[in-house]
Design a protein around this ligand. Structure first.
Ligand code: GAP
Length: 448
């Protein structure tokens, strides 16, 4: 393998070194299945979330937002089928007590009932529910039992009538939501790909039965184009059509991305039919039918097309997709590679870095003034330490698309250098034109 190829270890190491993602509770040896987002990671995550939110709400007149609670009435999970069906088949080793998913483990070891870790005897597979259970209130008995939500979708279904009434929504319409979800995953390897605590970006689109297949195709196209718009390499993405469907689905496709460990699910688009609303009608006793006032008050339970993306999984995808160790070695010269993250400017944690050539002679003050001007429009950073070439490389490594350099000429003629991350091209322009020019460059951004 070429030593400059991307690996998960490189992503983990860069993430820690530059403050994208840290291990949770690291000083205590870490907490499996949980990660903390550092100063750049939180900016990256928020930018992805904002891009998704813009795409799914602002760009559609018929989609509104919601932020439902994580704690929901336990009956929700009975109705949704999660208590009965949301499980992985697991086997336990009777000796070392390790647990394995019987559907993904070495099938030879499973047949022989031998533990892949210690060779000990394995139990029969049994269903292990993925929901975290907790208690609310002072008493710890069955009446206080509560689940941490394993998907955000149910918060939308139970509110769908509230949204129709309060916002005068008419079918077809959608409700979008971003929030935490929790699953007691047994296998939590591959960094932030599969964790016990994660974030989802889900949109539920309510349609008339019979129109579901049309909207299913529409949303598949929309979601594919979202990744295209934000510069994801299309040759790294593909569709996976589910043959084995979840208990709620009539049809399902995943958008898969080629992560360093191979193609894996990034987002799902599901035709959930009228399953969820029918179930909530049964369990709550409330009428969940839509009344079509434009059609003689026809009543029906809408079908739901769901787009369900992992936000934290998207953070990993954007990091992997942006990463390059680019060969800049000159002929006959010393080997020279730069690590660069080619983030789309709307996704990059920092948009503009302002760098004075020297700290002295008033250049630092001038650079800080320029940064203050740019702060209103962009996420900026300021760096005055070390040789300018090294500072450019530091910005490249975290994916800052634009660097502004203030030098001695700047004092004389009020111009600065604008350097572009991907092409490394530099241009000279008046300070007064900086903001407009950066805005224009962002608009015309295309992945190189
Ligand atoms: N509401 C439907 C639903 O939750 P899912 O396929 O189970 O469907 C949707 O999850 C998305 O949530 C996945 O495509 C993935 O991006 C993300 N996701 C699921 N489990 C995850 C986990 N344990 N860690 C990180 N992301 C996860």
């Amino acid at each position: 393998m070429d030593k400059h190829e991307i690996t998960m270890d490189k992503i983990v190491s860069l993430s820690k070194r530059r403050g994208f993602v840290f291990q949770s509770s690291e000083i205590y040896g870490g907490q499996a299945g949980a990660w903390d987002y550092g100063p750049l990671g939180i900016e990256l995550k928020k930018n992805i979330q904002n891009a998704w939110w813009k795409e799914m709400t602002r760009m559609h007149n018929n989609i509104v937002g919601l932020d439902a609670a994580i704690f929901m009435h336990p009956k929700v999970w009975e109705a949704s089928g999660h208590i009965a069906n949301f499980s992985d088949p697991l086997v336990d080793c009777k000796d070392c007590k390790m647990r394995f998913r019987s559907d993904t483990m070495d099938q030879e070891a499973l047949k022989e009932r031998k533990c892949p870790n210690c060779g000990g005897e394995l139990t029969e597979p049994r269903a292990f529910n993925l929901m975290f259970k907790t208690h609310i209130g002072p008493a710890e008995d069955s009446s206080s039992e509560l689940y941490l939500r394993p998907e955000t979708a149910q918060g939308i279904y139970v509110n769908y009538k509230n949204v129709i009434q309060s916002n005068r929504m008419k079918i077809p319409f959608g409700i979008a939501q971003v929030g935490k979800a929790f699953r007691n995953e047994i296998v939590t390897k591959n960094f932030i790909f599969r964790t016990c605590e994660f974030e989802q970006m889900e949109m539920q689109f309510f349609v008339k039965p019979g129109e579901d297949e049309k909207y299913f195709e529409y949303w598949r196209e929309q979601r594919w184009n979202f990744y295209k718009k934000y510069g994801v390499r299309m040759d790294k993405m593909r569709w996976y059509h589910h043959e084995k469907l979840a208990h709620y689905a009539k049809d399902a496709y995943d958008i898969e991305y080629e992560f360093p460990m191979g193609y894996s699910e990034l987002e799902g688009v599901h035709n959930r039919t009228d399953f969820d609303l029918t179930q909530h009608t049964k369990f709550s006793g409330k009428d969940m039918r839509y009344i079509d006032q434009d059609n003689g008050n026809e009543k029906y339970i809408p079908y739901i097309i769901e787009t369900s993306a992992g936000l934290t999984r998207n953070v990993l995808m954007f990091l992997c997709d942006a990463y390059e160790e680019q060969n800049l070695t000159q002929e006959g010269g010393k080997e020279d590679y730069r690590t660069v993250l080619h983030f789309h400017p709307s996704i990059a944690p920092v948009t503009v870095a302002v760098l004075p050539l020297m700290k002295k002679d008033g250049l630092a003050e001038m650079a800080l003034d320029i940064q203050n001007e740019l702060k209103e429009d962009f996420v900026t950073s300021y760096d005055q330490g070390g040789a300018i070439g090294k500072r450019y490389r530091r910005q490249d490594e975290v994916g800052t698309p634009f660097c502004v350099t203030v030098d001695y000429d700047s004092k004389e003629d009020k111009t600065v250098t604008l350097r572009f991350r991907d092409s490394m091209e530099q241009i000279r322009l008046p300070i007064s034109e900086l903001s407009t020019r950066i805005h224009a460059e962002i608009k015309k951004y295309q992945r190189v």
